[in-house]
Design a protein around this ligand. Structure first.
Ligand code: PLP
Length: 376
C-alpha cells in the first residue's frame, strides 16, 4: 500500500509515540497538583510543549490554548467571538471554501441570529477581495474566517492582505492554519491574524490534540467550562501526553520546515509532470495560484467512472474526509466552478515527509493506467 492522504492525517512519529507512552504511564500525576513534584513535572511538560508550539507558529506561549483538535479550536473561537460581539457586530464572514470545522459553527451562529456571508473564490480558489471588502462595508462584522491553506486543493490565501482589509473595517480575523504547519514557514504575528487553529495529527503528532492562538489582549468566552484549566479557556484535565506529543511534533516541524517544503515541491513536480505528459485534459486544481507543496487535486473533466476506484494499491481520497463520508461532491471544487460529476471523480494526492520518488512514480503510473481503463 502507498499512502498518499497526508492532508487527511499523518502517521504519528514513532519516537514521539514512544515518549508519549512513557508520559502516560510514568508522568501520570495531575498537572494541577502543584503541591507534588510529580504534578509540577507534568505541568512542566505542558509548559515545554506550549513553548515549542509558540516557537513554531511565531506566537508568545501565553497566546496558545491546547484543545482536542482544530475542530474544537475553531468552534471555541467562532462561538467565543460571536457570543461577545454579535449584538454590536452581527456579521460573520467565512471564505466559501472553509473546512466544515469552520463553516458548521458559522452556520450554527446564523441559526442563532448572526448574519453569515460566504466570500466567493475565483476558479483557482483565491478569495475575492472585492467581495470581502463590500461585505465588510455592508454591515458591522465581528469575525472574518479564512484558512491559510486549503486541505483539498492546497490553495494559499493572501493572509496579510485580507487582515489589512478586515482590520480597516474593525473586524477580527481567524485563520485556520491546520494544513500549513510544518509544510511552509509562517508567523502569526507577522501575518497579523487575531486567532488561529492548529492540529497535531496533521504534522506527525497524535490525533485528538490541537490548539488555538489568541492574540494577547483579546478576550474570548470559553466553549468548555469547568475546572478552569488553560487559563479558563478550555477546562478539563489536560491530555499531558498528547500535548507533549504535539509540542515535539511542532518543534520538529519548525526545525525541518524548509527541508520538508523542498522535498514536497520536488515530489509534486515529478507527480504532476508525469500525469500531464500522459493525460491531456488533466486539470490540477489551483495550479495557477500559490499552492501548498505536496497537494495535487487532479480532475479529468468528463471522466466516465470512479477514477479513485482504479487505484487499488494507493490510499488517496477524492477530497476531504467529510465530503467522502457523505458521498457528496466537494463544496470546495463546486465553489471554484467544477462540475459536480468531475468533482466527485477527482483524486487528491497529498504527500508527506515519508513519501518517496519511487512512490510518486508508482502513483502516477497507476493513475494513468486507471484513467486509460476509463477511456482516456
Ligand atoms: N481544518 C482543516 C483545514 C483541516 O484539514 C482539518 C482536518 O481535517 C481540520 C480543520 C480539523 O482538524 P481536527 O481533525 O484536528 O479536528
Amino acid at each position: 500500500m502507498i499512502y498518499a492522504d497526508y492532508n487527511a492525517t499523518t502517521p504519528c512519529d514513532r519516537k514521539i509515540a514512544e515518549r508519549m507512552l512513557e508520559i502516560q504511564c510514568d508522568e501520570f500525576v495531575n498537572p494541577s497538583n502543584r503541591a507534588s513534584l510529580s504534578g509540577r513535572r507534568a505541568r512542566g511538560l505542558i509548559d515545554t510543549a506550549r513553548e515549542q508550539l509558540a516557537k513554531a507558529v511565531g506566537a508568545y506561549p501565553d497566546e496558545l490554548v491546547f484543545t482536542s483538535g482544530a475542530t474544537e479550536a475553531a468552534n471555541t473561537i467562532i462561538y467565543g467571538v460571536m457570543q461577545r460581539l454579535m449584538s454590536e457586530r452581527p456579521r460573520i464572514l467565512t471564505s466559501a471554501i472553509e473546512h466544515p470545522a469552520v463553516c458548521m459553527p458559522a452556520d450554527f451562529c446564523a441559526q442563532s441570529g448572526a448574519d453569515w456571508v460566504e466570500i466567493r473564490v475565483d476558479n483557482q480558489g483565491r478569495l475575492d477581495m472585492a467581495h470581502l471588502q463590500a461585505s465588510l462595508q455592508e454591515k458591522p462584522t465581528a469575525l472574518v474566517c479564512v484558512m491559510a491553506a486549503n486541505n483539498e486543493t492546497g490553495v494559499l490565501q493572501n493572509i496579510p492582505e485580507l487582515v489589512r482589509i478586515a482590520h480597516d473595517a474593525g473586524a477580527l480575523v481567524f485563520c485556520d492554519m491546520t494544513q500549513i504547519l510544518g509544510k511552509l514557514p509562517f508567523n502569526v504575528h507577522t501575518d497579523g491574524v487575531d486567532f488561529a487553529c492548529f492540529s497535531a495529527h496533521k504534522c506527525y503528532g497524535p490525533k485528538g490534540v490541537g490548539a488555538f492562538y489568541k492574540r494577547r489582549g483579546l478576550s474570548l468566552s470559553p466553549l468548555i467550562r469547568g475546572g478552569g484549566q488553560e487559563e479558563n479557556l478550555r477546562s478539563g484535565t489536560e491530555n499531558v501526553a498528547g500535548i507533549a506529543g504535539f509540542g515535539m511534533a511542532a518543534d520538529q516541524a519548525a526545525r525541518e520546515v524548509n527541508q520538508r517544503k523542498a522535498k514536497l515541491q520536488r515530489l509534486t513536480r515529478t507527480l504532476e509532470s508525469q500525469l500531464r505528459a500522459h493525460l491531456p485534459g488533466l486539470v490540477i486544481q489551483s495550479s495557477e495560484a500559490d499552492r501548498l507543496p505536496g497537494t495535487s487535486m487532479c480532475s479529468l473533466p468528463n471522466i466516465k467512472g470512479k477514477w479513485l476506484a482504479q487505484l487499488p494499491g494507493i490510499i488517496a481520497s477524492s477530497g476531504s474526509a467529510c465530503a467522502s463520508l457523505q458521498g457528496k461532491p466537494s463544496h470546495v471544487l463546486r465553489e471554484m466552478g467544477v462540475e459536480p460529476e468531475t468533482a466527485l471523480r477527482s483524486i487528491r494526492i497529498s504527500l508527506g515527509s515519508p513519501s518517496t520518488e519511487a512512490e510518486v512514480r508508482a502513483i502516477a503510473s497507476q493513475m494513468i493506467a486507471g484513467a486509460e481503463k476509463l477511456g482516456f
